[in-house]
Design a protein around this ligand. Structure first.
Ligand SMILES: Cc1ncc(COP(=O)(O)O)c(C=O)c1O
Length: 485
């Protein structure tokens, strides 16, 4: 009886059997590993200091020369520009920012005892839970410092884009703390799917506009071609950048991709290092989902840094990035210079890209619908320091439902990709009889994403293939950069 999707999930769950209460043995090891506020990291970790070779520099699209601080000044305050190009290993987290972080940080590290039992795996699974932040994900880890540095520079207006709505609500929250007006361009498909995310942004005092919109030249140009365009992160970035670049009193904030954004997220991995030390474990595998790469970098970079500094004496871990099969920049993209946005207003960065004009299908992990990958994450992939894999959305929702029924937390659709990746690793350990330690980043909760779960249960989610012809066209339009530029 009932609908087919629920039956599929039940069948999968019956293969990975939940122990009955009478069989449940008391857990002999702790479940939560909590750090005292006083142990919250005092600096961000900058992986640039430890890389064997530096990543290719961003280029000015006009001159094809490396961009300098002055090129970025219309968009960002100088402190953030300096962080973007810094090679210092540690950058101090300002005390007022740490004070705000204390509202939810340090975030818990949890041993997923019940998921381990359900899967029957000898692996130990740990997850770092970032859904405890006010906005429900890792995004406030960078929204708070970005808003603070802007406020310090006297900025009172910020524009940004949002895919899932997580970043938009995080910057809206940060703006409310530092008296900054925030205007968010939300990708049309997610604007329509998630009215409560919009309401949350408005609750924090921000304004939220569906993108493409009529407020910008880039939005109007796209609407002229297709009035029902579903939008994309690349288009929403163009709109937000255009407003900031054409208004002296307005700057722009980006929720992922850039070096300083990834660095702000390293507080996650630094805490996890301390918490795993408390647990007496060291991860063999680290898993994170990747949209623009920030939560993945946040959990992974501090561990990769340890390896890079260890000169081969530190444990070499596998670091696995999980991306959506419908927007697979790391696994199917080209490593090339490309624009970060659709209207070509940003500098050119060398990254794994599907082409800046590529519009991914409208699947439910809106935060992962981006054509490119962070240059630093792309560089690590080229150095073979990380692996990448891709899954379709139904497999990820199935993993998320399994996780919810074992651990109680309903993950965000983006985070379901990391859950799926962790479960695949745990089942591999079961097949190989290995008791490895798996750490994954549960980067956000899905409380505003229940429509997506309802579609999943109703069997209405399709595993959409991206259009191969569109991908080929988008890749053929990559800018040509002369060798040595
Ligand atoms: C919960 C969640 N996870 C992941 C992402 C993807 O971004 P990133 O790869 O920068 O972590 C988003 C983006 O909006 C998100 O909201």
């Amino acid at each position: 009886m009932g609908n087919p999707r629920v039956r599929v999930v039940r069948r999968t769950l019956s293969m990975a059997r939940h122990p009955r209460p009478s069989e449940e043995k008391p857990m002999s090891t702790p479940t939560k590993f909590l750090l005292d506020e006083s142990r919250m990291p005092r600096h961000w970790y900058n992986i640039m200091a430890d890389l064997p070779t530096p990543p290719a520099p961003p280029l000015h699209p006009g001159t094809l020369q490396p961009v300098g601080p002055d090129d970025l000044a219309p968009l960002f305050p100088m402190e953030l520009i300096l962080q973007e190009v810094s090679t210092e290993r540690e950058i101090a987290i300002p005390e007022p920012v740490r004070e705000v972080f204390k509202l939810w940080r340090p975030s818990p590290l949890v041993r997923a005892h019940r998921l381990e039992k359900m899967l029957g795996t000898p692996a130990k699974i740990y997850y770092k839970y970032e859904g405890v932040s006010p906005a429900g994900s890792h995004k406030p880890n960078t929204a708070i410092p970005q808003a603070w540095y802007n406020a310090q520079a006297g900025i009172r207006k910020l524009t940004t884009e949002t895919g899932a709505g997580q970043w938009g609500s995080s910057l809206a929250f940060a703006g409310s703390l530092f008296d900054i007006d925030v205007q968010v361009f939300q990708v049309r498909v997610s604007y329509d799917q998630k009215p409560y995310r919009r309401a949350l942004m408005e609750t924090y005092g921000a304004t939220c506009v569906a993108s493409p919109s009529n407020l910008t030249n880039s939005g109007r140009a796209i609407l002229a071609q297709n009035p029902d365009h579903p939008g994309s992160l690349g288009i929403a970035i163009s709109e937000a950048v255009e407003i900031a670049a054409t208004n002296d009193d307005t700057k722009y904030a980006l929720g992922s991709v850039l070096n300083h954004v990834l660095m702000h997220q390293t507080i996650i991995g630094q805490e996890a290092l301390l918490q795993l030390e408390m647990a007496g474990d060291d991860p063999d595998v680290i898993v994170g989902c990747t949209g623009g790469g920030s939560n993945f970098a946040g959990i992974a970079f501090p561990f990769i840094g340890q390896q890079l500094r260890g000169g081969g004496k530190t444990k070499q871990r596998r670091i696995v990035a999980v991306e959506p099969a419908a927007c697979p920049s790391l696994t199917r993209g080209k490593f090339a210079y490309d624009f970060g946005d659709t209207a070509h207003l940003t500098p050119l960065t060398k990254m794994h890209t599907l082409g800046s004009t590529f519009t991914p299908p409208g699947f439910h992990a809106g935060g992962l619908r981006y054509h490119g990958m962070a240059p630093l994450v792309s560089h690590l992939k080229e150095l073979n320091l990380i692996e990448a894999t891709a899954y379709h959305q139904n497999a990820c929702f199935e993993a998320g439902v399994m996780f919810a029924r074992a651990e109680g937390i309903v993950p965000a659709p983006e985070a379901n990709h990391a859950v799926k990746g962790a479960i695949v690793e745990a089942l591999r350990c079961k097949a190989e009889g290995r008791s490895e330690v798996i750490l994954f980043n549960l980067c956000g909760h899905g409380h505003f994403d229940m429509t997506a779960y309802m579609s999943y249960f109703a069997g209405k989610l399709t595993d959409q293939q991206y259009d191969e012809a569109e991908l080929a066209m988008a890749l053929s339009g990559l800018p040509s950069i002369p060798a040595g530029a």
